[in-house]
Design a protein around this ligand. Structure first.
Ligand code: HEC
Ligand code: HEC
Length: 399
């Protein structure tokens, strides 16, 4: 039985158990265990992708030779303060000693499992730390930290997109890559990644989206390629991260297999259950004006016509339909990102927690929610007044 089928059955069992008053406690406990398992996978599982990052690209050699902790922070890598020993945390807190000497080496951080989304195997040979293997996890792009100790160092914010991370610059580090590839990867910039580049050779990075707030939404990715998270998780784990396993997509005429073991499939139900448990973060108190937002809701539903597509509890019609490129207010592009996808269409983006993750649209071409509203107003000739636009922005900030 496939793992995904098992998760669906489990959900069915939960519903049945509560319907007939059965042991819902047991089912709840099993569900909680699945979510916890998924949390560990999301944070720490590389699916054996060391084969790509270590054996093929030799990224470990670059990290060992040239990436000190400040360099790591500068390309947007985050440090999990909970993984640091108390004396280091205290030192950072009172700011007495410089960060560099407090953090020690990147290898020391990897030994502590303190670099979010990066896993290293460090062995001490003759008193010297050597990085033997390195791999990446989902948390690299889909988690950040709250900066509570210092910039880039704090408590994990799970599912929050790391918009400081420059994945292209990191992937471009290994010397094994040719100059043309390196140039493309370095051009993407922070918070952006093209998950199709290594498949179709095209170059069109998209903004890393949140992995939270997806429960109840039956279309995954900007282009709605999958009906559930597990679909895309398998894609990324195998095709992008280089995890050991297979991904097959007839719509893209794509079939990729790494290795001769399957380290991805059995983990998908837990990985999916965990992501479904991640709720979009509520807008911080004081970050919007509630009375103005209430007026903005009316604009959203009437004059702005937003609710015709951003409908229902998640502010998306994704469960009903997808949209042609013309419905996207991103910058016109050729070929469009959608044209490279399995559906060739766009999903109406869910808007819960939208305050949290500027820039907006798949290409990140709207820097703020004000820009988003201004663009809709102009392109759709909505004729909103300045007051209506301001109200609408406050509403978006409240979602
Ligand atoms: C190198 C950065 C990177 C890594 C690592 C990564 N992702 Fe993503 N992820 C992205 C980007 C970019 C997209 C947007 C692609 C799209 O929508 O077309 C995305 C999209 C998603 C989505 C869709 C969100 C939505 O709104 O529908 C989910 C879910 C997701 N990733 C989960 C994962 C999981 C699980 C892993 C680990 C197996 C993972 N990602 C690893 C960059 C990454
Ligand atoms: C015809 C359907 C449609 C209408 C009407 C519509 N949207 Fe959208 N919206 C979309 C689609 C599709 C996307 C994804 C576009 C992309 O990423 O290229 C989107 C994306 C967005 C985003 C970006 C979210 C993110 O995560 O980047 C915001 C914000 C947004 N819309 C707000 C609005 C507002 C405000 C209105 C009304 C003024 C509105 N939308 C009207 C379909 C629609």
């Amino acid at each position: 039985m496939s793992g995904v089928v098992r998760a669906l059955l489990l959900a069915g069992v939960a519903a049945a158990a509560s319907a007939c008053g059965g042991s819902s406690d047991e089912v709840a406990a099993e569900q909680a265990a699945l979510v916890e398992q998924g949390r560990q996978i999301f944070r720490f599982d590389t699916f054996g992708d060391e084969a790509q990052w270590t054996d093929a690209l030799r990224l470990h050699e670059v990290i060992e030779a040239a990436v000190d902790p400040l360099t790591a922070l500068s390309v947007g890598l985050k440090v999990d303060a909970d993984a640091l020993p108390p004396q280091v945390v205290d030192g950072i807190r009172n700011g007495s000693v410089d960060l560099q000497s407090r953090l020690g080496t990147t290898l020391a951080l990897l030994k502590l499992d303190a670099v979010v989304g990066v896993r290293g195997t460090v062995e001490t040979v003759g008193g010297v730390d050597r990085l033997q293997r390195v791999g990446i996890t989902c948390a690299l792009c889909h988690s950040t930290v709250d900066d509570s100790f210092a910039r880039g160092i704090g408590k994990r914010l799970n599912g929050w997109p790391n918009r400081d991370l420059n994945p292209g610059a990191i992937i471009a580090l290994p010397p094994a890559l040719d100059a043309a590839t390196t140039a493309v990867l370095n051009s993407w910039g922070k918070g952006r990644f093209d998950p199709g580049h290594n498949v179709d050779g095209l170059d069109k990075p998209v903004v890393i989206p949140p992995a939270y707030g997806l429960a109840g939404i039956g279309r995954i990715t900007y282009t709605g390629d999958g009906s559930e998270i597990a679909y895309w998780s398998r894609y990324v784990a195998v095709v992008e991260m280089g995890g050991l396993g297979s991904f097959t997509e007839p719509r893209l005429d794509l079939s990729v297999t790494h290795g001769n073991v399957e380290l991805v499939g059995s983990k998908l139900p837990a990985l999916q259950a965990y992501q479904l448990s991640l709720e979009a973060p509520a807008a911080p108190a004081g970050s919007f004006d509630a009375a103005v937002a209430a007026r903005g809701k009316l604009v959203f539903e009437a004059a702005g016509r937003c609710a015709t597509c951003h409908s229902g509890p998640h502010f998306t019609d994704a469960n009903q339909r997808l949209h042609p490129s013309a419905d996207s207010m991103a910058e016109p592009e050729s070929p469009s990102y959608a044209s490279r996808s399995a559906t060739r269409l766009y999903r109406t983006s869910p808007l819960r927690g939208v305050w949290q993750h500027p820039p907006y649209f798949h290409d990140g071409s709207a820097a703020t929610l004000d820009d988003v509203v201004a663009r809709y107003d102009a392109r759709l000739a909505l004729g909103l007044t300045a007051a209506q636009r301001a109200d609408l922005v406050q509403h978006l900030k409240s979602l």
